[in-house]
Write a protein of this length. Structure first.
Length: 233
């Protein structure tokens, strides 16, 4: 049986894509950077230009939905304070609004993902590693366009993230899968904690969504589509 096809914008190394694949989708990625570790077909180029071209040609109808993880480093909780202290305020591009406008024009159900911080998305879902028994906390927010899913209960954390805070070392059940130094996770630790085995590039791992998140979202999407008749059972 053929899989419903999903478009993965700003696809990076494929953390989100792998989750959707496990949920039952065929996934096509788009990223402006060369990502040889991406595990599915991937178009190299500007994600929003590619989306606009698909809309204009009508080829967007090959897809049943779109996932987008637009750049957010300028406003995410991990960088906004440091950026301001260094006078960097506008050094990172925020493409969330432009992405949403095009996704609405595409007329397909969509998901926009962002970390905690000030990015302007509707937080229809907030997921965390503890909900899936992972070795990271890694809260991520998801805006759902054209469909809905019920927010699952947030599971209390079992302790701290391992590493140094203000010169003091704390132990805990979770690793810090971002940055380097200060007790941050090694590459093998990040791979294990997030369930990502196909890339060993630190930068790709620190930006990745654990596949468990989008596997759960993908299954909710398919169930909603089956109920509405938009996606074949």
């Amino acid at each position: 049986m053929s899989r419903p096809r999903l478009l993965d914008l700003f696809s990076c190394a494929g953390g989100a894509a792998m989750g959707y694949h496990r949920a039952g989708f065929a996934v096509d990625g788009v990223d402006i950077a060369h990502r040889p570790n991406y595990p599915f077909p991937q178009y190299r180029g500007d994600a929003l230009e590619h989306l606009a071209a698909l809309i204009a040609s009508g080829e967007i109808r090959r897809y049943v939905g779109v996932h987008a993880s637009p750049p957010c480093q300028g406003k995410c909780a991990l960088t906004v304070g440091a950026n301001a202290s260094q006078g960097w305020g506008g050094t990172h591009v925020d493409l969330v609004v432009r992405t949403r406008v095009l996704l609405d024009a595409a007329g397909l159900p969509y998901v926009i993902e962002q970390p905690n911080g000030r990015a302007q998305i509707r937080k229809n879902l907030t997921l965390c590693g503890e909900m899936f028994g992972l070795g990271v906390i890694r809260h991520r927010n998801f805006e759902l366009g054209g469909w809905t899913a019920e927010q699952p209960a947030h599971v209390p954390h079992r302790g701290r993230v391992r590493g140094y805070r203000h010169g003091r070392y704390f132990d805990g059940p979770y690793v810090a899968a971002y940055g380097a130094g200060g007790g941050k996770a090694t590459v093998p630790e990040m791979q294990s904690a997030m369930g990502i085995t196909w890339t060993d590039v630190r930068e790709e791992l620190t930006e990745a969504i654990p596949p468990a998140y989008t596997e759960w979202i993908g299954r909710q999407f398919l169930a909603a589509g089956e109920q509405s008749g938009a996606v074949a059972a």
